[in-house]
Design a protein. Structure first.
Length: 307
């Protein structure tokens, strides 16, 4: 019980997050559909969503603009967002304004949304993405077409959609975060920079897939050095810096004989050879191997005579 309350206005909240960008020959626009009224009451009845696009007028008047702007219907309403695909050809070379509003079942609305300006250009040419290449440093992408600015998209293992991973000026990019043995799909778009920090996008290139395999051995060890002790020959060398380094293999030859592997050691660059005899000459070389089993070339051999 209490004092009588005024009737609810039931006016859908004003749309404030309209966004739009030209992609190929379409203007892609979206906004979140109001879920509450201006009084904070949840909306339970269906809304009429209206988006209009038309040239800017001077002096500007919302009523005059709305009267000559074209209305468009959403292509989808999912996850609380309305999405629009607006053909751009009729406005090529022009600047247009877009705005939207949500109209309640009672015909009321809270006004037009924020205005978005789009400078319409000829559809940018999509790049042609070549087959990705696995390298020791990551996955290398290259594409062809007119030079300019590009945007790289990637879908990784377990991901449902593409994520923007880099903006590039040029015709190649190296994905240093890709992991060997995991599957990736890439797409590339051309980006046309416009005034006011705006941009137009081409259609995406055809997708290209790769599961990079590690076939790249570590660098050949350097700086192999031998020190004589009373009962052994102590070997040391410069440590490799590869993040996937697993260890080293030590090779030895007696006299003029062939080099044979005598040991496999961890990432510590040293080895003590106790199986030596005084008066005999030994040659040593060292290789590095990684966690995928790739082995480097052997180092330059050194020769030592046990005293």
């Amino acid at each position: 019980m209490g004092d009588p309350l005024p009737p609810r206005a039931n006016v859908p909240s004003r749309i404030t997050d309209l966004a739009a960008v030209q992609r190929d020959s379409l203007i892609m626009a979206q906004f979140s559909v109001p879920a509450r009224t201006t009084e904070g009451i949840p909306i339970v009845t269906a809304l009429t969503l209206e988006l209009r696009a038309g040239p800017s007028i001077n002096p500007f008047s919302i009523d005059r603009w709305a009267a000559q702007a074209q209305p468009f219907k959403p292509v989808s309403i999912e996850g609380g967002y309305a999405q629009y695909h607006i053909p751009a050809a009729a406005w090529a070379g022009k600047e247009i304004l877009l705005s939207a509003r949500a109209i309640g079942a009672n015909g009321k609305y809270a006004g037009w949304s924020n205005f978005v300006t789009v400078t319409v250009v000829a559809p940018p040419q999509a790049p042609q993405l070549a087959t990705p290449e696995a390298t020791a440093q990551g996955v290398r992408l290259t594409w062809s077409g007119p030079p300019g600015d590009f945007r790289v998209w990637r879908r990784g293992p377990g991901e449902n959609g593409f994520s923007r991973v880099s903006d590039v000026h040029g015709e190649s990019w190296l994905d240093t975060t890709a992991e060997f043995g995991k599957h990736y799909t890439y797409e590339v778009q051309r980006i046309v920079k416009l005034a006011g920090g705006k941009e137009a996008e081409s259609a995406a290139s055809g997708p290209q897939e790769i599961t990079p395999i590690d076939t790249f051995p570590p660098a050949t060890p350097t700086g192999l050095h031998a020190t004589l002790s009373p009962s052994s020959i102590e070997l040391t060398w410069q440590q490799n810096t590869e993040p996937d380094l697993a260890g080293y293999r030590v090779y030895r030859a007696v006299g003029n004989g062939p080099l044979r592997r005598i040991a496999e050691v961890s990432q510590i660059p040293s080895y003590s050879d106790h199986a030596v005899e005084a008066g005999r000459t030994y040659r040593y070389a060292v290789s590095a191997f990684d966690q995928s089993g790739n082995e480097s070339d052997r180092s330059a051999p050194i020769e030592v005579t046990m005293q």
